[in-house]
Design a protein around this ligand. Structure first.
Ligand SMILES: NC(=O)c1ccc[n+]([C@@H]2O[C@H](COP(=O)([O-])OP(=O)(O)OC[C@H]3O[C@@H](n4cnc5c(N)ncnc54)[C@H](O)[C@@H]3O)[C@@H](O)[C@H]2O)c1
Length: 275
């Protein structure tokens, strides 16, 4: 093991990084955290407008950020895009498999701390194949394809960091969320264990960040409503909802030398909600 200067433990300067779903919310938080500390970061996202505005804003602030319109369900395009970013950076040090969508209503409406009546439109017997398959396609198959594309490069390099955004809802049932979301996130968490074990011999670590309730644009941005945040704050032990900036430290930790002996772990970041 090479000794690391304690001053360099959390350094990400110069690292070549990809963040899927990087134009909004949690992914954008990862981009800001890493590029803000000198990493070279490319965001992949389906939302061209957001890519253009966020890349423009971050570049204007002097950060080394790029963006590509890419759907993680198009595995051939994903492979090609990962190859081209790796070629541009000359190395691929960290990949965040973060892109994800919500899955519409669960079998109750309402969030914690309020009346939660049954919601017929979210009931199992009305759950369409189309809805189930789309969530699995993005939130599970998209993660698989991202990790596979990253592994091809990182195995050759004999180093690399892969970080998957899972969810507290993959560990604990949240009945207001459609069940495909939870199945996909639980699947992604266990896939992370498999990939971590397989890639450990090649010097590549694979971990997951499992957020609780974070204010982003997911689900139409319902978490932005002040009354939703106030209600959730009452059931979250730290007394407030989370924001993408709350994940900055963990993203930097998992991409930096500070976490070099950690692999196969899902780190929950939820203000204690899961307790
Ligand atoms: N917000 C939360 O409370 C929360 C909690 C736990 C886990 N998560 C997970 O965090 C991740 C990020 O979600 P967010 O809350 O920041 O939502 P968000 O909607 O703000 O951001 C998600 C981004 O992913 C992009 N995206 C969606 N489908 C894509 C696809 N097929 N290919 C490429 N990009 C795609 C969207 O355009 C968007 O920019 C997701 O995996 C989500 O499941 C969120």
């Amino acid at each position: 093991m090479t000794a690391i200067d304690p001053g360099d433990l959390f350094t990400v300067r110069g690292l070549g990084v990809i963040v899927t779903g990087g134009a909004s919310g949690i992914g954008l938080g990862y981009v800001e955290a890493l590029a803000g500390r000198g990493a070279r970061v490319t965001m992949f996202d389906v939302d061209r407008q957001r890519i253009d505005s966020e890349v423009g804003r971050l570049r204007a602030a002097g950060l080394d950020v790029a963006g590509e319109v890419l759907d993680v369900t198009d595995h051939a395009a994903l492979d090609a895009a990962v190859d081209s970013v790796a070629a541009r950076y000359g190395t691929l040090e960290a990949v965040f498999a973060n892109a994800g969508i919500d899955s519409g209503p669960g079998f109750v409406t309402g969030w914690a701390g309020e009346e939660r009546p049954r919601a017929p439109q979210g009931a199992l017997e009305h759950y369409t194949d189309q809805r189930w398959n789309r969530v699995i396609e993005v939130n599970l198959n998209g993660v698989f394809a991202t990790v596979r594309a990253a592994a091809r490069h990182m195995k050759m390099q004999r180093r690399g960091r892969i970080v998957i955004t899972t969810s507290l809802a993959g560990r604990r049932v949240e009945p207001a969320i459609g069940s495909a979301y939870m199945a996909a996130k639980a699947g992604a968490a266990h896939f992370m264990h498999c990939a971590a074990l397989e890639l450990a011999a090649h010097g590549v670590t694979v971990n997951a960040i499992a957020p609780g309730f974070i204010v982003t644009n997911i689900g139409g941005g319902h978490a932005k409503a002040a009354e939703v945040q106030e209600r959730m704050a009452r059931v979250i032990p730290l007394g407030r909802v989370g924001f993408p900036a709350d994940l900055h430290g963990l993203a930097v930790f998992l991409a930096s030398a500070a976490s070099s002996y950690i692999t196969g772990q899902e780190i929950v970041i939820d203000g204690g909600w899961g307790l």
